[in-house]
Design a protein around this ligand. Structure first.
Ligand code: ZN
Length: 99
């Protein structure tokens, strides 16, 4: 899936529905500046923010550096598909082995 080329604009509600995230998490990403609106429609509280769907996808979906598999992040810090892969990488690093 090439999410980088996906330039469809989506609202917060569409992100919540389309990616299966909680509205709170999406808002936290926006507040943290990790997700930036491409465009705003309307003003004030009723204003709607529009985001690039491909950008959301690259936040939500990661590629595991150990096994190369795609996964859905449960937190933004998550870099591996599973604890197993995370441990594998850590062990390799501790041994000083080159990946
Ligand atoms: Zn993995």
């Amino acid at each position: 899936m090439n999410t980088g080329a996906d330039t469809v604009l989506v609202t917060v509600a569409q992100i919540v529905e389309g990616f299966g995230l909680s509205a709170g998490r999406v808002r936290a990403w926006i507040a943290a500046g990790m997700l930036k609106p491409i465009r705003r429609e309307g003003r004030g509280r009723s204003g709607q923010m529009l985001f690039c769907r491909g950008e959301v996808g690259s936040l939500v979906y990661g590629l595991c550096p150990v096994c190369g598999g795609g996964f859905k992040r449960s937190t933004l810090k998550q870099r591996h598909c599973s604890r197993l892969c995370r441990d594998r990488e850590r062990r390799a690093r501790e041994k000083g082995a080159k990946p």
